[in-house]
Design a protein around this ligand. Structure first.
Ligand code: MGD
Ligand code: MGD
Ligand code: MO
Length: 777
């Protein structure tokens, strides 16, 4: 089977984001799904009451009724999941594991939905069919023969529903381990760690309504035009009513520059478009903390001036006095930071920062949003605490139209954490489990993603179970991670689509095909709803709409229950009965997790219910019951930090610093197509964006093929080959390439302090002329 491909082309995109280009792209995804008429129904039910939650991003729904509530990339996600193509036993008989490994990630997922359980015995060349009961028995025999439950790891990707996640963590803990790594470890972990320390809750403090009241919205390290397209609507509404949007992003992302509403026919027909940002700052990679410190420095300076003139300054002294701790230390820290440091670390001029500071001070209701450009750095926790400090200075937490907004990725990644998918659970959570169920929960902390890989390399993990996701490709240091996975005795993937994690296996492997969010989930008691929580802590129900492609697919709760029953019997809960009626799972959630009392009843409200956020009400669940200013010194310039670690080969200078990011045609490791419309790239993903002057400085030419080698203090060679250089509007010294193609370059040991998140946005690299044979497309 062939996947459709275009020839490689690069031509800067001149049109606005969304608009006609988006509609064309939706139509393409829809027609390519093989079941357009069935899927139209699905698209119209996306994010509607009584419909299903979009399996795309975690952006929340506008509270107003009557809108079409999917965006271009949501439509792609729905059509991709609702593919009419199937991957069955004949497919695996036709394709050996070795042949499949030679295919790219795009091809693998394009083959369609996994339709029956498959087993790889580690000896033959092919996956073979296996019955569900045999698969469960195999998992049970492996798990039961472990020396300790900590030799197993239970990974979760953020699409799992609350019901699936709750059951999964309960099973892992009843089995005896907290080894619950999840995609969040690679994503917003730093936000959770930082916010919990600063304001006592790891979640964002804003709701959708706050966006309608904000006077200024800062968007830092985020590309919503591609990754949260529904966010463009409140942003453009904000600009229309005169609010300011300030962007910090080294790239000029089209969705943040110019936007055309795809649901506004007048704008589309007249070609009208709106400039979305009112200030666009392009910092160094990892330079945001210094930029925010600069804004804070202006605030202190202007406060001093106001104090001398006996007028009111920008600081909210009453709020600081009543609610905060650590203010004086922070002031001292800011005063001790020089403008030289701020400019050199941020890569910004003082007057650019001043402009942002003016906007910040004029606004009485400011929301600060951020995503991966902030969280995937070594000092991400410190950066997010700096952002929080800034908001505290002006009392911008816990008031209408203001707050902190980590914009989550996967559609239920926030809910999964709420349900206990957490390798470092709180004692209170474990106590609540023990109070409700008859077992003692393991107390020692488990492995996160990085530690799981390290443990696999050290042969301390024997069984890996993945509830969704693509562990082999989403993780850093691909070559080493692949050998780590191969060290396992058994790898089990509960998945909707074929991906590399099914091919980079342990000694034995299982593929367990599951239903997706758009599929009708029929159980003993009838069709089931599941629940999810969005970035604004709204919990709502989701009802699948489409008949599953094969009767052999099972729901995630049913699969988890099957495994748990085979391993533990009906202890501590009757697993199978729970999976027959998810209301029974929700009753347990209601008993254990604060905020979910009367869960079933609260779900009946249109749009679901709001999980209260104490910090949003100015209740600080920190040890000192205050909102805390955390004072960190600015991190040293990172290139040197990496380079000083370079030992044996001497001090080699990095040519460039690389960030890895998403194209417009992908959902994480799922590649929908080879185009990146807003960045003007067509038909190719192995590209390296760099400044033309850098390309020439390094002795290369635009469009030349190069190998990229990353620098780290060990002797491991990390290289990817055959990337085409594209001269791009990117700050000098920086480069960008797509994830997951560039993941082999991210050293496993390069992770965030306190978060363990791989530094996917900061990799020191060198370029070499390409050693790759010409790829024939
Ligand atoms: N269509 C689609 N939607 C998605 C996803 C997808 O793959 N496809 N993924 C989902 C997931 S799991 C997530 S986490 C989110 C990801 O959403 P984003 O965080 O928007 O994803 P990235 O593509 O990683 O983009 C990071 C942005 O940060 C900028 N950036 C990089 N480094 C820095 C820096 O040091 N400072 C600043 N200020 N900016 C920087 C980049 O230029 C880029 O614009 O999207 C979710 N939604
Ligand atoms: N270099 C680099 N690496 C990164 C990032 C980066 O920016 N740069 N981003 C990181 C981030 S933010 C994240 S969140 C992770 C993502 O890591 P993951 O969540 O592990 O990866 P995905 O690509 O989202 O997983 C895709 C697979 O999930 C399965 N799937 C899809 N829907 C369902 C479902 O409903 N149920 C089940 N059971 N399976 C399903 C399909 O088989 C599909 O192939 O990657 C991280 N890795
Ligand atoms: Mo993510």
């Amino acid at each position: 089977m062939k996947t459709p491909v275009d020839r490689f082309r690069f031509r800067p995109y001149k049109k606005p984001a969304a608009g006609w280009g988006a509609l064309r792209s939706v139509a393409h995804a829809w027609l390519d799904s093989r079941q357009p008429f069935k899927n139209l129904r699905a698209m119209l039910q996306t994010n509607q009451n009584g419909g299903f939650d979009c399996p795309g991003c975690a952006w929340g729904e506008a509270p107003k009724e009557g809108h079409i509530r999917f965006c271009e990339n949501g439509a792609k996600a729905v059509n991709w999941e609702a593919s009419g193509r199937g991957v069955d036993r004949e497919f695996f008989a036709r394709h050996s594991l070795k042949d499949l490994l030679a295919e790219d990630d795009y091809w693998l997922e394009y083959q369609g939905r996994l339709t029956e359980p498959m087993f790889y015995d580690g000896e033959g060349a092919h996956y073979q069919p296996i019955s569900w009961d045999e698969a469960f028995a195999l998992i049970a025999s492996h798990l039961k023969s472990l020396e300790t439950p900590d030799q197993a790891a239970f990974y979760t990707s953020g699409r799992a529903s609350n019901e699936a996640a709750f059951l999964y963590q309960l099973f892992a803990r009843a089995f005896g381990t907290n080894n619950l790594p999840d995609c969040s470890n690679m994503c917003h972990e730093a936000s959770g760690v930082a916010l919990k320390q600063s304001i006592g809750t790891g979640k964002g403090t804003v709701t959708y309504e706050d966006f309608e009241k904000a006077e200024a919205i800062f968007v830092i390290g985020q590309n919503p035009g591609t990754n949260h397209p529904r966010m463009l609507e409140p942003l453009s509404e904000a600009v229309e009513r005169g609010a300011q949007v300030v962007v910090l992003n080294p790239l000029r992302e089209r969705g943040l520059e110019r936007f055309q509403a795809p649901q506004d026919p007048v704008q589309m027909l007249t070609g009208g478009e709106m400039a979305l940002n009112t200030a666009y700052l392009r910092p160094s990679l990892g330079g945001d903390m210094a930029a925010i410190r600069g804004i804070a420095k202006f605030l202190f300076q202007w406060q001093d001036q106001a104090d001398q003139g006996e007028s009111t300054g920008p600081l909210d002294l009453e709020f600081i006095h009543e609610h905060c701790a650590g203010f004086e230390d922070y002031r001292a820290q800011v005063e001790a930071t020089s403008w030289d440091e701020i400019q050199s670390f941020s890569g910004l001029e003082k007057d650019e920062i001043e402009r942002a500071a003016h906007i910040y001070c004029r606004s009485n209701a400011t929301i600060i949003c951020w995503a991966m450009g902030v969280t995937q750095h070594r000092h991400s926790v410190a950066t997010i605490q700096e952002i929080t400090n800034l908001q505290l200075l002006r009392g911008q937490v816990g008031r209408p139209g203001a707050g902190l907004c980590p914009v989550r990725g996967h559609s239920n990644v926030q809910g999964d954490r709420t349900m206990g998918i957490d390798e470092c659970p709180s004692a209170a959570f474990l106590d609540a489990l023990e109070a409700r169920f008859d077992f003692s929960a393991p107390r020692s902390h488990g492995y996160n993603v990085v530690k799981t890989i390290e443990a696999m390399l050290a042969e301390k993990i024997k069984v890996f179970i993945g509830l969704g996701g693509n562990f082999a490709q989403a993780t850093p240091d691909s070559t080493r991670t692949h050998s780590a996975l191969r060290n396992c005795d058994l790898t089990v993937q509960i998945s909707t689509k074929l991906n590399r994690s099914h091919l980079v296996t342990g000694k034995k492997a299982l593929i367990l095909p599951c239903l997706g969010r758009s599929d009708i989930d029929q159980q003993h008691s009838g069709p089931q709803a599941v629940t999810v929580e969005d970035s604004f802590s709204m919990v709502h129900a989701s009802y699948g709409q489409l008949k599953p492609l094969s009767p052999e697919m099972r729901s995630e709760p049913a699969i988890i229950a099957g495994i748990a029953q085979a391993v533990l019997g009906s202890r501590p809960v009757p697993w199978i009965a729970l999976a027959e009626d998810y209301r029974r799972i929700r009753e347990l959630i209601a008993d254990v997790i604060p905020g979910f009392e009367n869960f079933e009843e609260k779900l009946q409200a249109p749009g679901g219910f709001y999980l209260q956020n104490p910090a949003g009400k100015r209740q600080w669940n920190t040890a000192n019951e205050k909102a805390n200013f955390y004072s960190h010194s600015l991190p040293a310039p990172l290139p040197q930090e990496v380079l000083t670690k370079i030992g044996k080969r001497g001090a080699r200078n990095a040519d460039l610093v690389l960030q890895t990011l998403r194209s417009h045609d992908q959902y994480n490791t799922t590649v929908y197509g080879l185009n990146d419309r807003y960045r003007g790239v067509k038909g190719e993903r192995h590209v390296l964006f760099a400044h033309l002057e850098d390309i020439h400085r390094l002795g290369f030419a635009d469009r030349q093929k190069v190998d990229i080698v990353s620098l780290w203090s060990d002797d491991v060679e990390r290289r990817v080959s055959g990337f085409t250089l594209i001269a791009f509007d990117i700050p000098k010294g920086q480069a960008a390439a797509y994830y997951p193609e560039a993941n082999p370059l991210v050293p496993l040991e390069s992770y965030g302090l306190g978060s363990y998140t791989p530094t996917s946005k900061y990799i020191a690299i060198r370029l070499e002329p390409s050693t790759a044979p010409e790829r024939i497309i």
